[in-house]
Structures are given as C-alpha cells and as structure tokens.
Write a protein that binds this ligand. Structure first.
Ligand code: PMP
Length: 380
C-alpha cells in the first residue's frame, strides 16, 4: 500500500457512527435527510429509464443537463454560465477529485481552510500534493487573511474554499471573495470552491460564488451537487463549472476517473433543475423550519448554538454550553448517556484539530428532532 493511502476505517466519523449503530442512538450525525421531498425527480428518473438510451452519455455530461445547470445558475444566483463550462461528474466528490488532480501535482501545495470537508485532505495527498492548513477564526469562522497569506508559497497551486461551509454553516462574503481574488491573482493560484450547499441557504441570503467576482471568474472552479439541491444524496450527480481553459483540464481528469455518470439520473436532474424558483424555496422552507426547531430546542436546553446560515447542520460551542472541550469525548458520552449522536468538528480537521464544537444534522422528521431535544435537555 502506498504510504499516502488514507485509512478507510478509523476516522472520528467512523468511531462515532459505529458507536451510534451499536447503541441504537438517534443519529443526528449522519448528513442525510430522513424524508425524500422531490417526487418530481423520482418520477423523472423512472421515465428516463424507459424513454431514453441507457448507454454511455457524452463524457462531459448530457447536453440537456449541462444547459439546465447553466439556466439554474441564472435563475437562482443571477450568474451567467455557458453550458460549455459545465462538466457533469459522479457527485461533487468526483468534481473535487478531478479539480484537485487537474491543478495540484506532486510537490505542489494546496491551502485548506479548517474546518474542511473530509475529502479534501486525502484528495490533495493522493494528487501528490501537500496541504497547508489555515484554521478559520472561531466562533464566527472568518478567514484570517494574514495567516492565509503566510501559508501561500511558490508551490501553492490551489486554495480550497467551501461556501456554504460544512460543518459550520457559514458563508464567505463577497468582500472576502474579492480579497481571495487579489491573493490568487498575485500568486497565480486557482480557487476550488465547493458550493454543494448553495441550494440550502436558510437565512434568505443569496449565494455569492467566485464566478461572480471579476478577479476570480477565470481562475475558479465552482462545484455543485444535485444530491444536495434535491435532498437525494444517494444519486451522486454533481458538476464542476469553470472557464474553458480550466474546464478542459478538469475534463481530462474526469475522463479517466469515471468517464461519465448514470444517464437516467442525469435526465432527471436536468428536469429537476428546470423546476421554478418557488419549488426550490418551498423545498428549502422545510429545512428552515427544522433548523429553527432544533436550534430553539437546544437553546432552551441550555446549549450554546452557533448561528447557521446554510446547510443541514448546526454546531454547538461546548465550553459555552458548560461541557468539556474535548468534542470526541462529549460525543461519546452523549451517545452512551443521552442516546443522541452528533459529529465532533475535529472530524473536519487536520493534525491540529478544533475540538470545542459538535455538529448536529437537523434534516430529520419533527418527531426525531423532538425526541433528541428531550433527551439532550436531560444530558447537560
Ligand atoms: N462537499 C461538501 C462540503 C459536502 O458536504 C458533501 C457531502 N456531504 C460533498 C462535497 C459531497 O457531495 P456528493 O455527495 O455530491 O459527492
């Protein structure tokens, strides 16, 4: 086994999930919804199986889906995207892998902002690169620009940004994207922007992408996921959007990663993306209600809930909740004593983890959330 191969079985995630399964705890750790709310897409996928060819679609994705992604971004984000810029991938995970492999090579460096989605670090290492980790400033999770600048060196090829962020639920502001643009321009760096949670903004703000920012639009990759937009995480249909020269390099990687993505699901996602803006806001509204249900319930129970602007997640500050500051220890005790599982934020960190926070997923039925709230009220 090559020395860079990550272990597939001993992450904080695995330990917590295994204990949750073993004890039958309510699992607010898992990042997927309890109910499916997109019957339009399920029907479209069934129709696609019989109405369309089930053979290899084009390598960059069905033209209909690439056009639908472009139209969706105009509708939802006022962002002009040419379908030629869109490459359909097997989930955002593959888009991330293809983008990292396209721009980070052996001996290169990539900057990660911590906490970060757990795929980034192994993907950078698999590309032969080294990650320079810059911790975001808790509890607002803002970008420390001095530290970021200090982390950029002559071998830096990419900065990975996640907005909205999993696990923190925070957004990167336009002003910060502009500052990132100045840094990327000065050092000729590509910004890989994971925007899978763009459809799940809960506080009414609109998504600002690096593709909206003049200095970044030709040096950024925007990554999206139908699994998140439609709450169908098992579909694994995603995409990367980038200026033509960058898209070309990503396509070259995608060609030999998966080549293509399940074609009936591509048809169904194309149909789904054509749903009107009202559909998307109604879909989101269920999650806004679930967020307030869990955030309010935990706050009443004495927990210090950090505001979440987006995603299916909220975090609590452990010391401000009068709990010990070792997140994995609290998560373990919470499963054993309260029967509720949450994910320690250190699962989203490198060697020097942020340990004072726990992440809860609120994309669950009201009854599940209410039982968890009741149990957690007795835990503190
Ligand atoms: N990026 C982030 C920030 C995520 O939260 C997830 C899924 N949890 C992904 C990427 C992966 O998305 P997909 O399932 O489309 O591969």
């Amino acid at each position: 086994m090559p020395p860079t191969a990550p272990s597939a079985s001993d992450t904080v995630f695995d330990r917590v999930s295994a204990l949750a399964r073993e004890t039958g705890a309510i699992n607010l750790g898992q990042g997927f919804p309890e109910i499916e709310h997109a019957p339009e897409l399920l029907a479209a996928a069934q129709r696609a199986l019989v109405e369309h060819s089930n053979q290899y679609p084009p390598m960059r994705g069905l033209p209909e889906l690439r056009a639908a992604v472009a139209r969706y971004y105009v509708q939802e984000q006022g962002l002009a995207v040419d379908p030629a810029q869109v490459i359909v991938t097997s989930g955002a995970t593959e888009a991330l892998a293809a983008a990292i492999l396209a721009f980070v090579g052996p001996g290169d460096e990539a900057v990660l902002l911590q906490p970060f989605y757990d795929a980034y670090l192994p993907l950078v290492r698999r590309a032969g690169g080294t990650a320079r980790i810059v911790p975001l400033e808790a509890p607002g999770w803002t970008i420390p620009f001095d530290a970021l600048e200090a982390a950029i060196g002559p071998r830096t090829r990419a900065i990975l940004v996640n907005t909205p962020n999993n696990p923190t639920g925070t957004l990167v502001s336009r002003a910060d994207l502009e500052r990132l643009g100045a840094l990327c321009e000065a050092s000729d760096i590509v910004l890989i922007c994971d925007e899978v949670w763009e459809g799940m903004i809960l506080d009414g703000s609109t998504q600002v992408s690096p593709l909206h920012v003049e200095s970044l639009k030709d040096r950024s990759v925007k990554i999206g996921s139908a699994g998140k937009i439609f709450s169908l995480t098992g579909w694994k249909v995603g995409w990367a959007v980038a200026a033509p020269a960058l898209a070309e390099r990503i396509a070259a990687q995608h060609q030999f990663l998966t080549f293509t993505t399940a074609v009936p699901l591509q048809w169904a996602v194309a149909e789904g993306l054509a749903l009107p803006a009202e559909w998307h806001s109604e879909h989101r509204a269920r999650y806004v209600a679930a967020y307030h249900r869990l955030a309010g319930g935990l706050a009443l129970g004495g927990y210090a809930v950090l505001p979440s602007a987006a995603t299916w997640f909220l975090t609590i500050d452990l010391t401000a909740s009068d709990l010990e500051s070792d997140d994995e220890a609290v998560a373990t005790r919470m499963i054993r004593e309260a029967g509720v599982a949450a994910i320690p934020v250190s699962a989203f960190c490198g060697d020097e983890p942020e340990k004072g926070y726990l992440r809860f997923c609120f994309a669950k039925e009201d009854a599940t959330l209410d039982t968890a709230i009741e149990r957690l009220a007795r835990f503190r």
